[in-house]
Design a protein around this ligand. Structure first.
Ligand code: NI
Length: 170
């Protein structure tokens, strides 16, 4: 089990580096990230959120009975639709904070799998949203950055509470 980093932790603002070794260490990180995501009832987790500055994302938009796991290494969003969609997003680094965020509805992703094979696929719906959210994480971008100043102001109190929590955890 890895420790989730909360808003206020500088690691969340750093850009993650490309994975170059597709070895058993990577497999272990992915395993630990999945476990950490499930324990915290998340549907996506980026390595920055557990203090690892590598371009690794784990996602499961399925159910307990029917998991739908996606492991994205070194992902790139190579195409975005003009059409936008809005979804109420949460983030394991922002406990208790939910807000509607607008993003492109469809995307094309190029990435590597856990063995290093290159893959490219289209995503829409919830999967598209989760990939974009996690992709932002590995680039040091957080979902509060996508909120209007007014919405952010509404969450100001909650944000300072989370920041405090982040300091206490250290
Ligand atoms: Ni997040």
């Amino acid at each position: 089990m890895l420790k989730i980093r909360y808003y206020g932790d500088p690691v969340l603002r750093k850009k993650a580096e490309k994975v170059t070794e597709f070895d058993s260490d990577l497999e272990q990180i992915v395993k630990d990230m999945l476990e950490t995501m499930y324990v915290n009832s998340g549907i996506g987790l980026a390595a920055n959120q557990v203090g690892i500055l590598k371009q690794i994302i784990v996602i499961d938009t399925g159910t307990k009975e029917k998991p739908d796991i996606k492991i994205l290494i070194n992902p790139e969003i190579v195409n975005c639709s003009k059409e936008k969609t809005e979804y109420e997003e949460g983030c394991l680094s922002f406990p208790g904070l939910l807000e509607k965020i607008q993003r492109p509805a469809q995307i094309t992703v190029k990435c590597q799998d856990i063995k290093g094979n290159i893959c490219e696929f289209d995503a829409d719906g919830l999967l598209s949203i989760v990939i974009q959210h996690e992709y932002d994480h590995i680039n040091g971008i957080l979902f509060i950055d996508k909120m209007s100043p007014v919405k952010r102001l509404v969450h100001n109190k909650k944000l300072s509470e989370i920041k405090k929590l982040s300091k206490e955890k250290k």
